[in-house]
Design a protein around this ligand. Structure first.
Ligand SMILES: *Cc1c(COP(=O)(O)O)cnc(C)c1O
Length: 422
């Protein structure tokens, strides 16, 4: 049975404990103690959920009864994951991860984790605390809403998410409370870590990318993309913030997935790239950009990556893309291929262009598209001079009832709010 150990050394615990605690008691992040090679049949799966069962079964064994694994994963991963070849950009394929209910790739992790947590929730009512820079919160809120014995507190930096994201975050949902924190995303994350490290009498758990329950399902679409595209040795270009998505890909390669290289595509928040280039892990505060879900100054999954792959440089190349270059990338891709990319995906597309230029090779590239462009209508209009098409799930959001409270950026204020849950 796979156990989960802390990046800071704490001994292995069960998946159940790792999910409940979120963060290990020594402050580290959980990782599986071994990564079994994926069953070769992963290449033959026609449905995403079947692939998910095959890959995740060994990680869930021991906690989720065998007969529950397939229904649980089918309910969580019930949306399409299409691959789109960009005409004119030879060998570049966009892997659209934004067809879940909240239209960002966070749905993979959040929906799977929510259903895993229902397997625990029988024992005690649980409050899930989430810091979000935009997409995590709505994915988690949507995944957990209405599940018995579970509540969700969402913390987001006031005024620093897009209007569409703000509407999604503050939708009134059963068992969910949204808090607009007067501070940055890093403040929100520090508050969550603060209450989880010493939860007092509250029963709390995390749902950030720090939860191993969110991390494991983020391996899946890497397998899917390779099996669908038949691209061996492809480059994966990953829009990076907290590095959870990239960590999912690295786990997949450790289980045997053939990948040529990862591109860590960052916006101006590029401390991880400085680490890759100079070996200096000097993380600092975040700066605001157009790809705001990637505005992370101190990526928490860095700690996991360093434990998993001591020499990251052999596997990952980083590119930092400014806001101006992001807008140019959106425009260029649209003009040359007709594809409308959201700002996060545009950063990853630009990383591929730069990597091809730097290496002089046109290696096949799989570009992870992490958000639907309709979540960023103002940026799309700015770049392309027209509005993106709005999918049914995002239309009419403004008319739905909302709920949100303003909160000071302090651990004390959060504890107070959790105690006085109404
Ligand atoms: C969260 C997010 C990212 C960054 O993913 P990490 O796992 O934090 O690196 C990129 N793009 C979008 C749209 C996101 O929501």
């Amino acid at each position: 049975m796979i156990r989960y150990f802390s990046t800071r050394g704490e001994r292995g615990v069960s998946l159940e404990s790792a999910l409940l605690r979120g963060l290990a008691s020594d402050g580290g992040l959980y990782l599986p103690n071994r990564i079994p090679p994926a069953k070769v049949a992963w290449r033959k799966q026609e449905r995403f959920a079947d692939l998910a069962v095959l890959i995740l079964r060994p990680f869930l064994n021991g906690m989720v009864p065998e007969r529950h694994i397939a229904p649980l994963l089918r309910a969580a991963l019930n949306f399409p994951v299409p691959l789109v070849h960009l005409p004119g950009w030879q060998g570049v394929t966009v892997v659209e991860l934004f067809h879940g209910p909240t239209h960002s790739f966070k749905d993979f992790g959040a929906r799977t984790m929510a259903r895993l947590m229902t397997q625990l929730a029988r024992h005690a009512p649980l409050t899930i605390v989430v810091a979000t820079s935009g997409d995590t919160g709505s994915a988690v809120a949507d995944g957990f809403a209405g599940l018995e014995g579970l509540r969700v507190a969402l913390l987001f930096p006031d005024g620093q998410v897009s209007p569409t994201q703000a509407q999604q975050l503050t939708l009134r949902r059963p068992g969910v409370r949204a808090f607009a924190v007067r501070g940055t995303f890093d403040d929100c994350q520090a508050m969550v870590k603060g209450v989880l490290a010493a939860p007092e009498e509250l029963t709390l758990s995390a749902a950030n990318s720090i939860s191993v329950g969110r991390l494991l399902p983020q391996m899946l679409y890497y397998y899917w993309a390779v099996s669908r595209s038949k691209a061996e040795d492809a480059i994966f270009s990953v829009p990076c913030g907290n590095l959870g998505n990239l960590t999912g890909g690295v786990l997949a390669t450790l289980a045997g997935l053939p990948v040529g290289r990862f591109l860590a595509a960052h916006n101006a928040n590029a401390a991880f790239i400085r680490y890759l280039e100079k070996g200096d892990a000097a993380f600092g505060p975040s700066v605001r950009t157009l790809s705001n879900a990637m505005d992370v100054g101190s990526p928490s999954n860095f700690e996991r990556l360093r434990v998993l792959v001591p020499d990251l440089r052999d596997h990952v190349t980083g590119y930092s893309v400014s806001d101006e270059a992001t807008l140019r990338s959106m425009r260029r891709v649209h003009e040359e291929t007709g594809y409308v990319a959201d700002p996060h995906t545009a950063v990853a597309l630009e990383a591929v262009r730069r990597h091809r230029r730097a290496t002089g090779r046109a290696q096949p590239a799989l570009v992870l598209a992490t958000a639907h462009p309709a979540k960023f209508p103002a940026t799309v209009r700015w770049a392309l001079g027209r509005e993106p098409d709005i999918p049914p799930g995002l239309a009419g959001l403004s008319e739905c009832p909302k709920q949100v409270r303003s909160l000071k950026a302090s651990r004390g204020a959060l504890i107070e709010a959790l105690r006085n849950w109404q």
